[in-house]
Design a protein around this ligand. Structure first.
Ligand SMILES: Cc1cc2nc3c(=O)[nH]c(=O)nc-3n(C[C@H](O)[C@H](O)[C@H](O)COP(=O)(O)OP(=O)(O)OC[C@H]3O[C@@H](n4cnc5c(N)ncnc54)[C@H](O)[C@@H]3O)c2cc1C
Length: 370
């Protein structure tokens, strides 16, 4: 079977290795360079160790011994993903624009029928122009970090946010220190990414105002946290919160761009002036890529429905992400035959995806293909 795998992150690469092992013909397509998603946050250290971020299969293919400690994103790409991707012949700089099923439109052949015998049809943008590719099975491993959430109250753009971004003063994702110009910086978001930004900026001597939402950040980590890097991050975050200006219960209602920076108007009337705003409000899956396919998504998380429901009932929306167990092959099935969303994208807007879960999904999806 010819499998098209879109996204050469850790899960796309693992899926390709496993599928080849099973005798499938595999092509991996990546919008940027191999591991581009991780390269974008290469300066950040993972809180899980090498043993959890790599697989026996991958290490064996490269003849690698298990290293100690936790890698940065860049280290994982350099020593693991890039050499594996080179062996797999990843088609770099192939950005999926849209996927469909032969000549079938979305409303046709509901939940199966001719869909079973019709190859996928994928349109890519490449440096040499547009390319159309066919495949018998499709694994969407495109992650979520290419589509960050906006800054505004209620999860939509704040009025003025686009103008501020066009002026180069709004930074999404994972800006490095060098990306941020001089002056006071606002960081919006109390998750691990926001905490990482605040601690790094503070350590670099930058003046920071930290905006966190309605739920006061707990920054909690038990003394016996199974992941010491995670505990270290939260302890540093707590310390940083007390050292920087902290605006709790903050929702950005409007952003004005001035000659020397931004005025952030909060919903409760407070305002703060900064040179730059770093938005760390999480990510959302790009559902547009597979809009023509028959996939039902959770109305809250935007993950594929069956997996989303299983995750919700397993965790109740909380708990330690390390306690997750694989949800099994059945929840990966959607109405679209031989189509699977794997990796971080399969969790939709949830922020508790771990590579270990994605590696298990790879085995599950391939078991369904036979
Ligand atoms: C800062 C940060 C720290 C994290 N730390 C940990 C950790 O310690 N432990 C852990 O288990 N998990 C961690 N995660 C969560 C998760 O494991 C990672 O996000 C991981 O990179 C997900 O792997 P993935 O292969 O699903 O997606 P990604 O690594 O995001 O790979 C997706 C790839 O698809 C490509 N792509 C996107 N759109 C297209 C398109 N249209 N066409 C072609 N290619 C496309 C992207 O360029 C990217 O290279 C972390 C996440 C972040 C953001």
């Amino acid at each position: 079977m010819h499998i098209a795998i879109v996204g050469a992150g850790p899960i796309g690469i693992e899926a390709a290795l496993a599928a080849r092992e099973k005798g499938h013909e595999v092509d991996v397509y990546e919008a940027g360079a191999i591991g581009q998603g991780m390269r974008d946050w290469g300066h950040i250290r993972l809180f899980t160790p090498w043993s959890m971020n790599t697989t026996v299969r991958g290490r064996k293919a490269l003849g690698l011994d298990l290293a100690e400690g936790c890698p940065t994103g860049a280290e994982l790409v350099e020593h693991y993903l890039a050499p594996l991707g080179d062996r797999l012949g990843v088609h770099e700089h192939h950005r999926l624009v849209a996927a469909t099923r032969g000549a079938l439109r979305k409303p046709q052949e509901i939940g199966g029928g001719a869909r079973h015998d019709t190859p996928f049809r994928l349109l890519f943008d490449t440096p040499d122009g547009e390319v159309v590719v066919e495949a018998d099975a499709l694994f969407d491993c495109t992650g979520v970090t290419a589509t960050p959430n906006p800054a505004g109250v209620g999860g939509i753009l704040a009025p003025g946010e686009r103008a501020a971004a066009a002026a180069g003063r709004v930074h999404r994702g994972f800006p490095t220190l060098a990306d941020l110009g001089p002056g006071r910086i606002a960081v919006l978001g109390a998750g691990a990414t926001g905490a990482t930004h605040v601690t790094r900026l503070r350590d670099a001597g930058r003046e920071v105002v930290w905006l966190t939402g309605a739920e006061a950040p707990a920054f909690a980590s038990p003394e016996d946290d199974r992941l010491p890097e995670r505990r270290a991050l939260w302890l540093a975050a707590r310390e940083a919160r007390d050292a920087v200006e902290w605006l709790a219960d903050a929702a950005i209602a409007r952003i004005d761009t001035t000659e020397d920076g931004l005025v952030l108007h909060l919903a409760d009337g407070r305002l703060t002036r900064v040179a730059h705003l770093v938005v760390a409000t999480g990510f959302r899956p790009d559902l547009g890529l597979t809009r023509e396919l028959q996939v039902h998504h959770c109305y809250a998380s935007e993950g594929p429905m069956k997996l989303a429901a299983a995750l919700l009932s397993a965790s109740g929306g909380g708990g330690d992400c390390l306690d997750q167990t694989s949800q099994g092959p059945a929840v990966l099935v959607s109405p679209e035959p031989r189509f699977f969303v794997l990796g971080a994208k399969s969790y939709g807007r949830r922020n508790d995806f771990l590579l270990q879960m994605g590696f298990a999904q790879v085995e599950d999806a391939l078991s369904l293909l036979g």
